[in-house]
Each structure stands twice: as C-alpha cells, then as structure tokens.
Design a protein around this ligand. Structure first.
Ligand code: NAP
Length: 253
C-alpha cells in the first residue's frame, strides 16, 4: 500500500474510546454524520455498545465496537492493532473513556485514586502511544483528549479525578509538540458539567450547586461537547495543536 493509499483509508476512520454512552456516543454519532467510519471502545456494557453500532450504521458509517479496558496496556495495544486491521488505518483518535470515584481527600483510598488515574490518564497514554507510530507514518492525524473543567479549576471531593484530568492536559501539550512535525495534531476539550450517566449519579442538591456556578446557567447535553471534539478532529482545525478548549458554559473563565 502506498503512503497515499494508507492516508486515504486512515482518513475515513475515527476511534472513540468510551463511545458506548454519554459524550463518547454523541461524538461517535457526530463524526459519523461528518463522514467518518467509527470504531468505538467500551469497557463492559456490550448491549449499549451494540445499540450505538446500529445507530452509526443507520447513518451510513462502517462501525464496530471493541471491548477493551484502556487502563490495561496489553488490551489497549491489541485493540488498536485490531482496529487498524479492520479499518485500514485511523485518522482521528478521541480519548474519551473516563470514570469517577469521588471522595474527600482525607477519606480517599489508594484504590480509588489509582483506578481513576489508570483509566483517565494512563488509558489516554496507552491509546495515544499505540496510535502515534501509525499516525506519524501516515503523516497526519488528529488526537482529541477529553479533559475536564475540573482539571483546570480543581474540585472538592475529586482530587483523583482532577489530577487525572490535569495530567491529560500536560500529556496533550507534550504529544502535540512531539508529533507536530508529522502533521498530527493533539488537543483537549475541557467539558463543564454535562448531562450523562456520570452526572446523573450526583444528588439534585449537588446538581443545583453546579448549575449556580455556570454563567450560562445549565448543564449541557453531550452533543455540545461532541461538536467541539468533531471540530478539533476536522480538516478545518489543521493549524490548531496543543490547545485546551473549555466547553463549560463559561465556568472556567
Ligand atoms: P459515561 O456516560 O459514564 O460513559 C463512560 C464511557 O467510558 C462508557 O462508554 C464506558 O464503557 C467507558 N469506559 C469506562 N471505563 C473504561 C475503561 N477502563 N476502558 C474503556 N472504556 C471505559 O461518561 P461521560 O459523562 O460521557 O464522560 C465521558 C468523558 O468526559 C470522561 O472522560 C469524563 O471524565 C469526561 N467529562 C465528563 C463530564 C460530565 O459532566 N459528564 C464533564 C467533564 C468531563 P461502558 O459503557 O462499557 O461502561
């Protein structure tokens, strides 16, 4: 396969981790609407993942779901290898898989700290490392990492999560610098509070408290974040690298 053929095939595919629900699902659908074929990665909920594959196919995209714990190096490498085989290349990687395990600092167990760092930060590292070589060889690609407003501002009860999301910002800027000369951009979005399963866990009082901190006054739908991710994954964003784009209703300004 020539480099041109390789790039042509890769251009069609986006890999979205955590694509079975919430922001990842909305992103996969938005990218499919914009002409991408989609590989989604999920942790355990095969039924939800299969539903998203159906939705993606209904939009005319080639779509496949991969069960993979991104915090596990071997699983992440094997998953990327399989996606490359199935799709012929990957043009856009969206590192969106993420978890929370909230608790106040003084009561937080090492397990909770490690779990969140391992999925949110190390998972992003694993997937990015596995695709860096193929993207560099095809001389182009887009990496979009999902950080959080909490990684910028901090949040009581989320030292583990905030550390992981701040880590994602440092990783993003370093990868952007390393891969720039290969035509690969790497950026992050920092969502505020979004209506997904992750925030549905919060009590109504906490949700109200968050709403009061948002200048625009409401928690957004996942589609608002998906459109920002899709922009950073697009050809139009070719001169943007190493940025952190807050999509947070003004929270972090
Ligand atoms: P969500 O609805 O809870 O969905 C999480 C997704 O990640 C699911 O697809 C899940 O797969 C997958 N996942 C979890 N652990 C994984 C692992 N170890 N390996 C692979 N996949 C894994 O989450 P969300 O609210 O859409 O959040 C998506 C991203 O946005 C996260 O990084 C989150 O930190 C960030 N974020 C969210 C908000 C918010 O307000 N919701 C705000 C800022 C940033 P299964 O379905 O199989 O479990």
């Amino acid at each position: 396969m020539t480099q041109n053929d390789q790039e042509f095939q890769a251009r069609r595919c986006a890999l979205v981790t955590g694509g079975s629900r919430g922001i990842g699902r909305a992103t996969a659908l938005e990218l499919a609407r914009r002409g991408f074929d989609i590989a989604i990665v999920y942790a355990g909920n095969a039924e939800r993942a299969a539903q998203v594959v159906d939705e993606l196919e209904a939009l005319g995209a080639k779509a496949k779901a991969y069960r993979c714990d991104v915090s596990d190096e071997d699983q992440a490498n094997a998953c990327v290898k399989q996606v490359l085989q199935d799709f012929g290349g990957v043009w856009a990687l969206v590192n969106n898989a993420g978890v929370t395990a909230d608790g106040l600092l003084m009561r937080m167990k090492d397990d909770s700290f490690d779990k969140v760092i391992n999925v949110n930060l190390k998972g992003t590292f694993h997937m990015t490392r596995a695709l860096a070589g193929p993207m560099a060889r095809q001389r182009g690609g887009r990496i979009v990492n999902v950080s959080s407003v909490v990684g910028i501002m901090g949040n009581a009860g989320q030292v583990n999560y905030a550390a992981s999301k701040a880590g994602v910002i440092g990783l993003t800027k370093s990868v952007a610098r390393e891969l720039a000369r290969r035509g690969v951009t790497c950026n992050a979005v920092a969502p505020g509070f979004v209506k997904t399963d992750m925030t549905a866990k919060l009590s109504e009082t906490v949700q109200k408290k968050y709403e009061e901190q948002i200048p625009l006054g409401y928690l957004c739908d996942p589609e608002e974040i998906a459109r920002a991710i899709a922009f950073l994954a697009s050809d139009e964003a070719g001169y943007i690298t190493g940025v952190v784009l807050p999509v947070d209703g003004g929270m972090s300004m």
